[in-house]
Design a protein around this ligand. Structure first.
Ligand code: HEC
Length: 443
């Protein structure tokens, strides 16, 4: 205790940190601020975690088309806890976007954009936009087929605006038209340097503004008696963050991100789809007749964004432009629409799955890729191509094994050797065929 007081005095003489902290914790907040107001704190928690897992990934990631996929595979299969960190970062992005969306909807429902919180609202909107850019630039980095093709679609959307479009495409791809080494470098530098700098600067501003104007109080009438931020609200924030952490860890643990194989610009059979949290927008695009795409890629998003920006100016006080009834109906419709369209997208995706894995082009090349996607590399190396070492190196496997033994073995190794560690093959006959044809070339 004595040491604690001495430290505190030492700090007090040099900074106003202790005083600032006390004012911060004792800050009065309206009595009815409660669970709905924990979303911001949860978001902050996810952002910090995302930064940590991002830095950890960055220590092993190599941003070149030749090595990016391999470096992610290394993280997933060989690094202790690497797969968990990757998974946390992968799903963390979705959790952040969902939480940010709910945070935004909550502010909309409570009309928290009205004076004096306009700047808080506007900075929040920019932060939300930046978050989508984080997700967009991040999905290319593993340079697998999924990210490659989703980015191709994304760049097409981003370059939809008239006049500016071609310049945006040139800027994002690095001028070559195709996605290549320059594209990957640019996405990397945006993802790990430019965006974080701007983003965390703005987060600071957002929080400073919040300190100044405080959380939005009740919609009507006088607020319930004020109480201090600590301990009640702090405990609520912390318990929601703890729960949020638990859910994210469970999802990350049980649903590792899939691997769609190293990006192959020639893989025409691959159906490009964005990450699931972009499905709502994607479904709208798919519903539009061809020729109307600009409506979905540019006009609608700009209009929606513009409306959100103008909101604090148009709807200044209760009983103004948006009555509570109207606002709740509008917000409800948006929520309902986004959830509905996302579910539609998920159903569509599960229907399209088989197409994604259909073998296109050279079966031997397809088999080589499947050897990665089916996680055979978790246990097998092939010559110098490093994989796991639980199973034998398959460099000359075709010399060792009889032709007709491959298929039955890979499909069900347990029926030959009950105590084997090798799992049964999960996939179509066509895929198994491609893998076997590839393995038979290894002599
Ligand atoms: C969990 C680890 C593991 C995974 C994943 C795995 N294997 Fe194996 N595999 C083994 C082990 C261990 C052996 C050695 C046989 C034994 O003792 O069980 C083996 C043996 C083999 C052999 C025979 C090699 C020889 O020289 O005798 C082939 C071929 C093979 N695996 C192919 C595959 C393919 C194709 C996949 C992906 C669909 C795969 N394995 C996935 C662990 C694995």
């Amino acid at each position: 205790m004595k040491l604690w007081c001495a430290t505190l005095d030492w700090l007090k003489a040099r900074t106003d940190l202790p005083d600032k902290t006390r004012t911060f914790l004792n800050k009065p907040i309206p009595g009815n601020v409660g669970w709905l107001h924990t979303l911001g704190a949860l978001l902050l928690f996810y952002l910090v975690l995302q930064t940590i897992t991002g830095i950890l990934m960055g220590l092993y990631y190599s941003p070149s088309p030749d090595q990016a996929h391999e470096s992610i595979r290394y993280i997933d299969t060989e690094l202790r806890l690497g797969a968990l960190v990757h998974s946390l970062h992968h799903h963390g992005a979705a959790f952040i976007l969902i939480t940010a969306f709910l945070h935004l909807m909550r502010s909309f429902f409570l009309a928290a954009y009205r004076a004096p919180r306009e700047l808080l609202w506007w900075s929040g909107l920019v932060l939300f936009l930046l978050l989508t850019l984080f997700a967009f630039t991040g999905q290319l980095l593993p340079f697998d087929n999924h990210g490659y093709w989703a980015t191709e679609v994304g760049i097409r959307i981003a370059s939809a605006p008239p006049v500016l479009g071609p310049y945006i495409r040139e800027f994002l791809t690095g001028g070559y038209g195709d996605l290549g080494a320059t594209t990957l470098s640019r996405f990397m530098i945006l993802h790990v340097a430019v965006l974080p700098l701007v983003f965390f600067g703005l987060v600071g501003l957002h929080l400073a503004l919040l300190q100044k104007v405080g959380s939005a109080g009740p919609l009507h009438g006088s607020p319930e008696p004020y109480r201090s931020f600590f301990p009640g609200q702090v405990l609520k924030d912390l318990s929601v963050a703890a729960l949020g952490a638990l859910v994210l860890f469970l999802v990350a643990w049980f649903m590792p991100p899939g691997d769609s194989g190293p990006a192959d610009p020639g893989a025409t059979g691959f159906v490009p789809r964005p990450e699931w949290y972009f499905f709502a927008h994607y479904e709208i695009l798919r519903m539009l007749p061809s020729g109307w795409q600009l409506l979905g890629t540019f006009v609608l998003p700009t209009a929606a964004g513009g409306a959100l920006v103008l909101l604090p100016l148009l709807d200044r006080k209760s009983g103004g432009l948006l009555t509570d009834r109207l606002r709740f109906t509008l917000g409800g419709l948006v929520l309902f629409g986004v959830v509905g369209l996302t579910i539609t997208g998920l159903v569509e995706e599960s229907r399209e799955k088989p197409k994604e894995t259909a073998i296109v082009g050279d079966p031997i090349a397809a088999g080589k890729k499947l050897f990665h996607t089916k996680k055979c590399t978790k246990c097998h190396s092939i010559g110098k191509e490093k994989g796991g070492d639980k199973g034998p190196n398959l460099a000359r496997v075709a010399r060792r094994i009889r032709r007709d033994f491959f298929k039955p073995w890979i499909r069900k190794p347990g029926s030959f050797r009950p105590d084997t560690e090798m799992p049964n093959f999960e996939g179509s006959e066509e895929e198994l065929d491609a893998i076997v044809r590839y393995l038979q070339t290894l002599k």
